[in-house]
Ligand binder design. Sequence first.
Ligand code: APR
Length: 232
Amino acid sequence: MKKLVILSGAGMSAESGIRTFREAGGLWEEYDVTEVASPMGWAKDRELVLRFYNERRRQLETCKPNAGHYGVAALEKYFDVHVITQNIDNLHERAGSTRVLHLHGELTKARSVAHPELIYDIGYKDIKIGDTCEKGAQLRPHIVWFGEAVPMMDEAMRISSTADIFVVIGSSLNVYPAAGLIEYAPPGASLWLIDPNEVYVPARLNVEVIREKASAGVEILTKRLLHSEGKC
Ligand code: APR
């Protein structure tokens, strides 16, 4: 089976009702990223940071995967699919994808500020000041904030460097190191991008662009891949 790597971003979940970050009406228009998503913000006002992620987590409980997530999961029938997502939601998993790597963390997990190896599944519950790990240290969202290292990056580079097909879905490719993963796909891999808006990718990469939302785009991608693989 060919290895199909999907790099998804906020646009993947937009049709599920989750706001993207950098478009008009995006989250970073309403919130100051350094206040809510950085170690500095956490040091300054932990209540504000917890409230921001508690709201995101509560909202996630009410959202459902969209046709794009289901379409990505269905590709496992034909390809060895690895999803690398920048999203902190769990919609890929809920749609049935079995190999999902979360580059920027997960909303439904909390971790100890003093013992980062202590990570807890919290589902859709709030994290409050005073919620602690078993060693007594405060819990924080299990999120990679701006200015923090991306622990899953080595694994993501390894997966990307063995891709036969690499597809970016719904990411403005503004945030590194995630945005650089497409460059790790080996020469000869076929590269695709699904986004209703223009996203800059270097012309030398020869990326096939499907200018559609995730739901329609994944359907088109699937048809084109199956056709070129002689599977339909
Ligand atoms: N389907 C597909 N793509 C869409 C859709 C849709 N329905 N709606 C919007 N998009 C596209 C936008 O055109 C844009 O290119 O999704 C992209 C969203 O870009 P960003 O908001 O920048 O999100 P993302 O690239 O995931 O951001 C990366 O930045 O703030 C951080 O940590 C956060 O993981 C996030 C990272």
